[in-house]
Design a protein around this ligand. Structure first.
Ligand code: CAO
Length: 423
């Protein structure tokens, strides 16, 4: 088996910012030939956004565009359009995440693409799905989190911080890109059976909603039961359920096992001196052993999840008291011996320097022509017969001449396109 299973799949990467680039980067890691098509002169806007080194591609770009080649092409000029048409005829997949209608305005409707190459797979990210009442809206990450149900179910339900809250995780962007990658591979396998390409679309709203499935479950339970017994509001603040809408649950478990973030030694000065602690319903005995509270095992007030729920916050306070003189690492080392699902709250600094993540290839250092090198997040997907090697993101237009030569353009034709600024 090739150590790059997607080798031979040729992808026109007409994406920008995060949602599209995250998708094509993943496919490039696994061997696809990904050509990033960018506007001459400026390229993907993330090349210059929040630069940490003057004149070097910003980390936003380098961390989302590794293993690709870059072709500059003005697809609004006739010569640029002709190159894109040639690529559509010869490539397998085109991925794009422009604003609604941009590809059509450029002249590349789905009908036109099919005319050029009936085997082409066109993969698109938009904020909302085709035909949705908001289909015309442009969308960024946080907008999608609000539209897909993440924001209304994240955060605090009372106090000064009450209100919808945005997650730092890219639920709208990279998550949508991952959904799209699955769609592309599905269409590609489908094409092997039918010989035909197809259009694959993922709306950011839908991708967020897909991750909020459990919160939709809770809404359905609200409609039937009228309250949510595992939420921190139950049973002391039943008014939180009065409007029959899923309330925000702070740091509660969400899935079904009660959990909370607990302070450890040093929390007063270290913003990340915490652990997450989960109380698995049926695995109560090991928790009692870990906390030196054997009497809780047989106490009717503690024996069952139902009995514990009314005073679950007091139980968390007791655990917090037990770990107040232990660092987050010491606390986890105690609880892991009892098979309790828990972990330290890791800062980004700790993750970047984590020996295990570096050893597994989840955090990697990549040599780069201008930056020297950069650190990035490697493939989260591990295979027994493939170890993705992350290579540098391309400089703007680094492979323009090379790709055009592969497409059959002569040196003179390429020179003419340079002069007319089509590339
Ligand atoms: N040559 C010539 N023109 C090019 C080009 C090229 N190589 N590449 C892009 N363009 C043009 C497009 O044709 C389009 O022109 P028109 O709007 O005049 O037809 C324009 O550049 C790009 O428009 P845009 O709407 O995509 O860009 P924007 O910066 O205004 O909006 C964004 C950005 C992300 C809000 C929008 O692209 C969008 O909603 N995308 C879909 C959802 C999405 O993916 N969002 C997540 C982004 S990651 O946070």
């Amino acid at each position: 088996m090739s150590n790059k299973p997607l080798q031979g799949i040729k992808i026109i990467d007409f994406t920008h910012v995060q949602a599209g680039p995250a998708c094509t980067q993943l496919l490039a890691w696994f061997g696809a030939d990904v050509i990033k098509v960018e506007r001459p002169g400026s390229g993907d806007v993330t090349r210059s956004q929040l630069r940490d080194i003057p004149d070097a591609d910003a980390l936003y770009f380098t961390m989302l565009n590794s293993n690709k080649r870059s072709l500059t092409l003005d697809t609004k000029q006739p010569e640029g359009k002709a190159v894109l048409e040639k690529m559509i005829k010869e490539y397998d997949v085109m991925v794009e995440n422009f604003g609604p209608g941009a590809l059509d305005r450029m002249g590349f409707t789905w009908e036109r693409i099919q005319e050029l190459n009936p085997k082409m797979i066109l993969a698109s990210v938009k904020g909302f799905s085709d035909g949705h009442e908001y289909e015309d809206l442009k969308v960024y990450e946080n907008v999608a989190q609000c539209a897909g149900g993440a924001a209304s179910t994240t955060g605090w339900w009372k106090g000064e911080q009450a209100g919808p809250m945005i997650s730092a995780a890219a639920l709208g962007d990279t998550n949508t890109g991952m959904h799209l990658a699955i769609g592309i591979l599905t269409a590609y396998i489908g094409r092997q059976h039918t010989g035909k390409g197809q259009k694959v679309a993922v709306a950011m709203q839908d991708a967020v909603l897909n991750l909020c499935r459990v919160k939709m479950r809770d809404q359905l339970r609200m409609d039937t039961v009228g309250y949510l017994e595992e939420y921190p509001q139950y049973p002391h603040e039943m008014e939180a359920f009065a409007d029959k809408v899923v309330p925000r649950g702070g740091n509660a478990g969400g899935g079904g096992q009660p959990g909370w973030i607990l302070k450890c030694k040093g929390w007063e000065t270290d913003p990340n001196a915490y652990i997450y602690f989960t109380i698995q319903g049926q695995a109560w005995a090991p928790i009692c052993d870990a906390l030196n509270k054997p009497e809780w095992k047989t106490d009717p007030l503690y024996m069952t999840p139902k009995a514990r729920q009314p005073h679950i916050m007091d139980i968390f306070a007791t655990i917090e008291d037990f770990i107040k003189d232990k660092t987050k690492f010491e606390a986890v080392n105690i609880f892991r011996k009892h098979d309790i699902p828990c972990a330290p709250v890791f800062s980004m600094k700790e993750l970047l320097n984590d020996k295990s993540l570096r050893a597994s290839g989840s955090i990697v250092e990549v040599p780069h022509k201008v930056r020297g090198s950069y650190w990035t997040v490697g493939s989260p997907i591990k295979f027994s017969d493939l170890k993705p090697v992350v290579t540098a993101s391309p400089l703007l237009g680094e492979h323009t001449d090379e790709v055009l030569a592969e497409l059959g353009y002569s040196k003179e034709q390429v020179a003419a396109m340079h002069s007319s600024k089509a590339i």
